[in-house]
Design a protein around this ligand. Structure first.
Ligand SMILES: Cc1cc2nc3c(=O)[nH]c(=O)nc-3n(C[C@H](O)[C@H](O)[C@H](O)COP(=O)(O)OP(=O)(O)OC[C@H]3O[C@@H](n4cnc5c(N)ncnc54)[C@H](O)[C@@H]3O)c2cc1C
Ligand SMILES: NC(=O)c1ccc[n+]([C@@H]2O[C@H](COP(=O)([O-])OP(=O)(O)OC[C@H]3O[C@@H](n4cnc5c(N)ncnc54)[C@H](O)[C@@H]3O)[C@@H](O)[C@H]2O)c1
Length: 443
């Protein structure tokens, strides 16, 4: 049986980052991937999403400005856009496999544990001194009758023609972003929200604001509504709802969350602890088994499942295993954004989590629309800043057409605890942009 220093399961952002760093260490490495090389983010997640987003934002912004300096709003040609997207993305898995193959042995197949040192793939067995599990997540399966008619985010991101009517189940990141895309391309869209909240990890005032602005563009939200059954009716689908009602649609997207890829790993063969939330790891990203580690979305850690977080964990693990770093993982200020229209973004402390603690935190809202920058886009922009007792900025939330980039200005300010005088001395940003106003927001 061939023995390696490392066996790595998966090739998504977590594994890829770890492999890239390990390439400098002259180790023997086996990498096993059961799906598309590169994982979710570059193939069916962030990257194709942001590629399509360019046209979506252009179309929606031109519509907003119609009659205010734009004669006629741009009309999206989704099919053409999708052809362009496929041209760019189709070769990525093969290219990624080739890059990894330069420094590692690579196998396509689904890996599972035989025991604490042994992994099986395609009926072959391999031993690893250290085994890194980075198998990510996949769309959560809804167990309702007719679930076979459901589509997921990957399907939407490679859809050739937009449906006349689309229904989304769930109201998290995926639903809010992809509903924005399909609606911009001409679909009628309905979003079924199980409870009363959308994007529950975001500042709720701005989540509700986003819902209102999407509703103004004709996107329908049905709150306290669950899909209970889906049936086919010639070339359409009937979605039965918990409120003794139903709707007829052309396309149903399951956007009810993502579940860790653990079932096929046979974790019990290596006595690895896990739950439905993912693989349990300690603050060194080690499982309960000494030589086995887990990174990225597959872990049950209470951090957002983002590419940035997966890569951060990979860097931490590399430094811990190869560079002798002994401190536990300590997460920095994490920024996150929803690529809807307008965008929603936040970093650090969510105002909702400290709104009752006025002794230790101050929450201040800044109206951005007064600036010509935002007014020229005819979009209301709102920024909320959370200050701690010592007047450091510890959290920022924004809703505007440029919220993602705006909040990114604040990530170093929060992470590096930058004060007004330091900013003033060392920074002269481009004007006009939000960055030139930050000095006024800092204390
Ligand atoms: C539609 C969408 C949009 C997103 N947009 C953003 C965004 O804008 N910004 C952001 O930060 N994050 C975004 N994300 C989240 C981001 O994609 C994930 O956080 C990131 O991909 C996690 O990386 P990972 O390496 O942990 O897992 P993954 O990228 O999921 O990779 C895991 C890999 O393991 C493989 N695998 C699974 N089981 C096995 C097995 N038994 N054997 C071998 N291989 C296996 C899988 O095939 C997969 O390739 C988005 C996700 C989706 C779905
Ligand atoms: N811009 C980004 O960074 C980005 C974009 C997309 C995805 N992601 C990542 O991928 C993850 C998955 O995204 P997502 O939108 O699929 O999940 P999510 O957890 O953000 O949202 C899931 C939604 O489905 C609802 N839901 C759960 N179970 C349900 C059920 N049985 N019936 C009806 N509704 C149900 C939830 O209440 C929630 O509204 C995100 O949490 C995020 O980490 C990030």
């Amino acid at each position: 049986m061939k023995k390696y220093d490392y066996i790595i399961l998966g090739t998504g952002p977590a594994a890829y980052q770890f492999i890239k760093l390990l390439a400098t260490q002259h180790k023997s490495i086996l990498v096993i991937e059961s799906g598309l090389f590169g994982g979710t983010c570059p193939n069916v997640g962030c990257e194709p999403k942001i590629y399509l987003d360019g046209a979506v934002q252009a179309a929606l912004l031109s519509k907003r400005l119609e009659g205010h300096g734009i004669e006629q709003a741009a009309a999206m040609n989704w099919s053409q856009l999708m052809k362009e997207k496929k041209k760019r993305f189709t070769s990525w898995p093969d290219e990624t496999k080739e890059i990894i193959g330069k420094t590692c042995d690579v196998i396509s197949g689904s890996a599972h544990f035989i025991n604490r040192q042994t992994i099986a793939v395609n009926q072959k067995y391999f031993q690893g001194n250290k085994i890194i599990i980075a198998t990510g997540r996949r769309p959560h399966e809804l167990s309702i009758p007719g679930a076979k008619f459901l589509h997921d985010s990957s399907d939407v991101l490679s859809l050739n023609k937009v449906p006349e009517h689309a229904t989304f189940i769930g109201a998290g990141y995926v639903a809010m972003e992809l509903a924005t895309f399909l609606a911009a391309a001409g679909s009628q869209v309905t979003i079924l929200v199980r409870g009363e909240q959308v994007l529950r990890h975001f500042y709720q005032k701005y989540s509700s604001d986003l819902v209102n602005r999407m509703m103004q563009r004709g996107i329908q939200f049905r709150f306290a509504t669950e899909a209970t059954r889906i049936t086919q009716l010639s070339d359409k689908y009937v979605v039965e709802l918990n409120q003794d009602s139903s709707l007829v649609t052309d396309y149903v997207v399951n956007a009810s969350g993502r579940t860790p890829n653990i079932e096929k790993l046979d974790l019990s063969a290596a006595q690895i602890d896990y739950s439905s939330k993912g693989i349990d790891v300690d603050r060194h990203l080690q499982t309960n088994v000494k030589n086995i580690y887990a990174i990225g979305d597959v872990t049950s850690q209470d951090v957002p499942n983002l590419t940035t977080v997966a890569e951060f964990q990979a860097r931490y693990l590399f430094n811990s295993l190869e560079k002798g770093l002994s401190q536990p993982i300590d997460y920095p200020a994490i920024g996150t954004g929803v690529f809807a229209f307008p965008q929603l973004a936040q970093a650090g402390v969510n105002p909702d989590s400290v709104s009752e603690d006025r002794d230790n935190f101050e929450i201040v809202e800044y109206e951005l629309s007064q600036s010509s920058l935002y007014a020229g886009q005819r979009e209301q922009g709102l920024l909320t800043v959370v200050y701690d007792k010592a007047n450091y900025i510890v959290g920022v939330s924004e809703i505007s057409t440029s919220a993602v980039n705006d909040v990114n200005y604040f990530v170093p300010i929060i992470g590096l605890r930058i004060r007004k005088n330091e900013w003033h001395r060392n920074v002269l940003p481009i004007y006009p942009a939000l960055a030139d106003k930050i000095e006024g927001i800092l204390r």
